[in-house]
Design a protein around this ligand. Structure first.
Ligand SMILES: CC(C)(COP(=O)(O)OP(=O)(O)OC[C@H]1O[C@@H](n2cnc3c(N)ncnc32)[C@H](O)[C@@H]1OP(=O)(O)O)[C@@H](O)C(=O)NCCC(=O)NCCS
Length: 399
């Protein structure tokens, strides 16, 4: 990474997303755990989520979304000075997923590292990238949120396995000498919620052992009600703080892109900010909770489907394990027409993540998902946003 000149204003110049083709519907889950489509839709707004194929990883999905964002920005991979990957489902503990992404997208010169802030990870990564650019340390930073959560779920726990899905989203942030509207960023962490969403084993506190595996301690655990309370309490106040730092009031905001965890949480934030639901972009019905990937996937869909135009005031809001939360208020400056061009220019087959040598690969697919992943893939692409309560989308592929 080569330091660049004086402090600059920061703007989004590229955006991209990737969602694996295989769809896991509520009807599929009805066959796996004691649940129902009616319960899942009424309590969460989720109708379906994506499941990564056996050959996919967080790095491979993140690299597709990242390269699409670079192409949308009209840049080459080597124009990127820093790669920040937000993920709670990295390919490995080490090396970083960002290091694998760097090679897979063909970048030879960026500094690359991961950010761990769970579902707020993309917003934390955005804030980090923004600081690198504003300080003059970097000109172009790639921020990726990528998650492969379906390999970390207990498909006997109906309280968690219905919520999460796989995917990746990315933005390129670039420095500009032209002044831009003020940006507001707010980040919070409340360790009181440290054990409300957690993955107990595999770290230095509880290294992997026969016992941790047999006790299912390598799967995500969650106190749903407490998490819900934290989210509804915190999201609106974090969003309000970012809006105030930008010098706006909530009524000035054109579109809020919230973390897509649960439609009821988004509705509570709308109430807290006294804004109608049509100011919120919603795609939780089609992807479920993709953690750090959810905001950048939603952003790319919002822009590519015509919901965002230059001059619009946007707010990203997220919360997650930690408890963390974060919000960014910014003015959109890029040409939305570039998104579909960038998306079409990168096929998942273009991406090759380095494989370990001398390693007999294990089968990564949880047994509960084997049947779903063996069936034919759905096709067709529709970028339209769907309000909860509308009829289910046909199965879609975002490739
Ligand atoms: C998980 C969540 C949807 C549960 O909804 P809820 O209204 O709080 O439901 P409860 O946990 O109170 O459970 C109510 C009942 O439904 C049952 N239930 C839980 N999951 C169920 C499922 N998938 N299907 C059917 N019933 C279910 C419970 O066992 C309970 O039954 P009981 O009354 O007989 O004990 C909700 O708490 C939530 O969204 N929390 C936030 C989670 C989140 O966003 N996490 C990610 C943060 S980034």
């Amino acid at each position: 990474m080569t330091p660049v000149a004086s402090p600059r204003s920061v703007r989004i110049t590229g955006w991209g997303r990737y969602a694996p083709a295989q769809v896991l519907t509520n009807a599929d889950l009805e066959r796996m755990v004691d649940t129902s489509d009616e319960w899942i839709v009424s309590r969460t707004g989720i109708r379906e989520r994506r499941v990564a194929a056996a050959h996919e990883t967080s790095a491979s999905m993140g690299a597709v979304a990242g390269l699409r964002a670079i192409r949308t920005a009209g840049l080459d991979p080597d124009d990127i000075d820093v790669i920040v990957v937000a993920t709670l489902s990295p390919d490995y503990w080490m090396p970083s997923t960002a290091a694998l992404v760097k090679e897979a997208i063909g970048n030879t010169r960026a500094a690359a590292f991961d950010v761990a802030a769970a579902c707020s990870g993309f917003v934390y990564g955005y804030a980090t990238a923004s600081a690198y650019i504003a300080s003059g340390m970097a000109r172009h930073v790639l921020v990726i949120g990528t998650e492969l959560l379906t390999r970390f779920l207990d498909y006997r726990d109906r309280g968690t396995c219905i919520l999460f899905g796989d995917g990746a989203g990315a933005v390129v942030l670039s420095g500009s000498d032209e002044p831009t509207a003020p940006v507001g960023i707010e980040l919070t962490t409340d360790p009181q919620g440290a054990y409300m969403i957690w993955l107990p084993a595999g770290g230095s506190k509880a290294p992997s052992s026969f016992e941790t595996i047999s006790q299912g301690q390598h799967k995500i655990r969650m106190e749903g009600k407490e998490t819900y309370r934290f989210a509804t309490r915190t999201l609106a106040s974090t969003g309000l703080a970012a809006v105030a730092k930008a010098g706006w009031t909530p009524g000035d905001v054109d579109l809020i892109i919230p973390h897509q965890a649960n439609i009821r949480i988004i509705e509570a934030v709308a109430k807290g900010l006294d804004l109608p639901m049509d100011r919120f972009f919603v795609n939780v019905d089609r992807y479920g909770n993709t953690s750090a990937a959810s905001v950048p996937i939603a952003l790319a869909e919002a822009v590519n489907s015509g919901r965002v135009k230059p001059g619009d005031k946007l707010v990203f809001i997220a919360f997650g394990a930690g408890f963390t939360s974060g919000a960014v208020a910014l003015e959109w400056t890029a040409d939305p027409a570039r998104g579909p061009i960038g998306e079409a220019s990168v096929s998942p087959e273009d991406i090759h993540v380095r494989q370990p040598v001398d390693w007999d690969s294990v089968d990564p697919i949880p047994p509960a998902l084997a049947e779903i992943l063996a069936r034919p893939l759905p096709v067709a692409l529709d970028l339209s946003d769907v309000a909860p309560g509308e009829p289910a989308h046909p199965a879609q592929s975002v490739r």
